[in-house]
Write a protein that binds this ligand. Structure first.
Ligand code: BG6
Length: 485
């Protein structure tokens, strides 16, 4: 059964509308929501950026985006009706007059409603001036209807900059109006972590230090930095992937059950577990660069920016005391795979005649992408022998729900922002807790006395050998259950 979700009529204003994200993700998501009849009865989409487009030119540009990035759902007739809702207004993010003109323009379209969702998809350097100008133009004021703001990543560059940005945000909007995007939270499989843990009774009683030996979180990509060298070289894998996506996956895996799914109950538990992570020791970190990264346009020839990192961390609370969590992510790796692996402890007594090297612990793998599903490995008796064999119980989205049933993360997130549900968006305290940890590692790396601290790895491998050694030291090894999916 699907619960019908009704959104209020609203204007959706995309700042930075000429950028890639609008074409690749935002308009395709809005179009697909429209096709699924999830958009409000009345809505207006207004793209704003410095480029000069007419409405028609902008519609043509974003139609190409839908055709390219959501080809299976594009239909001329649907697009024809949907695109009438799309408008474009040239504007300069740093000039107050542009906001006054935008406000007047929106008011012409907002007949009988005044709700607005502002979507900040500009360069992060423009976030502060956009926020300040929205305030100065009276556009954050809720006298005519609700006002919400979606803020794209990266949210800050460090704890200090994230805090400063939160302060500016809070001087214009209340936290309940703020939706900080982390598209991993919009992924079906990430949302399913909570279902898996809390809509079932059989897993939660063993989800703790008594039964779990360690946890691994892998977000491996085959793509390299591509044309994003300018941005990436200043960021690196810790800011680009760990501070947001990996830390959110960690929080969903390790958090306590919330008392409800209300945004603040959920986010309160995530913030608590992030705050319980012990500062990470330098010796529990590995960083590396794929071999030809420095040849990328926009990258410094002597860049030390890591494109790969692996971390070992501990959570200082009753549930997780002493359980290592290993996190790794990198670009130009062997296979695209995001997976959470929970390895259980060995049975207290080995009754069966299984040689030591063939004794395998139970492993539960939550495959976030690409082959979305869950796997449980356990031991079974090999028929007609005294030996055991590892077998698997599997759940795949494709076989259980049909092919292509998984929507794009942005669909869920935009819909939730329109519905006023911030549960899948990061709250200011979560962001700050996560930056605090990352800052600790980044500062440690900066002060690292070794001359050339960054190791190299070959493209198409699983990263540097140091990452294997990090686990090997505790008798562990990286595993991906979905390796053979
Ligand atoms: C983005 C990062 O947030 O996430 C990119 O900036 C990365 O560098 C991307 O490639 C990965 O997202 P996904 O959904 O493809 O796993």
């Amino acid at each position: 059964m699907t619960i019908r979700e009704i959104c209020d009529p609203a204007s959706i204003v995309i700042f930075g509308a000429s950028g890639d994200l609008t074409q690749r993700k935002l308009i395709p998501a809005l179009y697909n929501l429209y096709r699924k009849k999830r958009m409000p009865e009345q809505f207006t989409i207004v793209g704003v950026s410095r480029s000069a487009f007419t409405d028609e030119q902008f519609r043509d540009k974003v139609r190409e985006g839908v055709k390219t990035f959501s080809p299976e759902t594009y239909h001329d007739a649907d697009w024809g009706i949907f695109s009438q809702h799309i408008h474009y207004l040239p504007g300069n993010a740093t000039e107050l007059d542009s906001y006054k003109a935008l406000d007047a323009y929106l008011k012409q379209h907002e007949v009988g409603y005044g709700n607005r969702l502002y979507y900040l998809s500009t360069a992060p350097s423009l976030y502060v001036s956009t926020l300040e100008n929205l305030f100065a133009a009276g556009m954050a004021n809720e006298a005519d209807g609700w006002r919400r703001i979606v803020i794209e990543k990266p949210f800050g560059y460090s704890l200090a900059t994230a805090r400063a940005l939160n302060q500016t945000v809070h001087s214009v909007f209340e936290e309940r109006q703020v939706y900080r995007i982390d598209h991993y939270l919009g992924k079906e499989t990430a949302q399913n972590i909570l279902f898996f843990r809390f809509a079932n009774t059989i897993f939660e009683p063993i989800w703790n230090r008594t039964y779990i030996d360690h946890v691994q979180i892998t977000v491996a990509e085959t793509v390299d930095v591509g044309r994003r060298g300018d941005y990436y070289d200043g960021a690196g894998v810790l800011r680009d992937m760990f501070q947001n996506h990996l830390m959110q996956l960690l929080a969903l895996t390790a958090m306590e059950p919330p008392i409800s799914l209300k945004a603040d109950d959920l986010r309160g538990e995530k913030a608590k577990v992030m705050n319980a992570v012990r500062p990470i020791l330098l010796r529990d970190t590995v960083r590396a660069q794929y071999r030809d990264y420095r040849q990328t346009e926009g990258v410094a020839p002597d860049s030390q920016t890591p494109t790969y990192a692996a971390l070992k961390l501990f959570i200082d609370n009753w549930r997780w005391q002493g359980v290592p969590f290993y996190l790794r992510s990198g670009k130009a790796l062997k296979r695209k795979s995001s997976e959470i692996v929970v390895q259980f402890r060995n049975p207290p007594l080995q009754l069966f005649d299984i040689p030591r090297q063939e004794q395998h612990p139970n492993v539960l793998s939550i495959c976030i992408q690409p082959d979305e599903g869950i796997h449980l490995k356990f031991e079974a008796k090999l028929p007609d022998s005294r030996e055991g064999k590892t077998v698997e119980m599997e759940f795949h989205y494709d076989t259980s729900f049909g092919k292509n049933q998984i929507p794009e993360a942005y669909e869920r997130l935009i819909l939730d922002a329109l519905l006023g549900d911030a549960g899948l968006f990061a709250r200011s305290d979560e962001i700050e807790a996560s930056w605090r940890l990352m800052d600790g590692v980044l500062e440690g790396w900066e002060k690292d006395p070794r001359a050339l601290p960054t190791a190299f790895y070959e493209r198409g491998t699983w990263g540097p050998v140091e990452a294997d050694e990090l686990l090997d030291a505790n008798g562990h090894a990286w595993t991906l259950a979905c390796e053979h999916c």
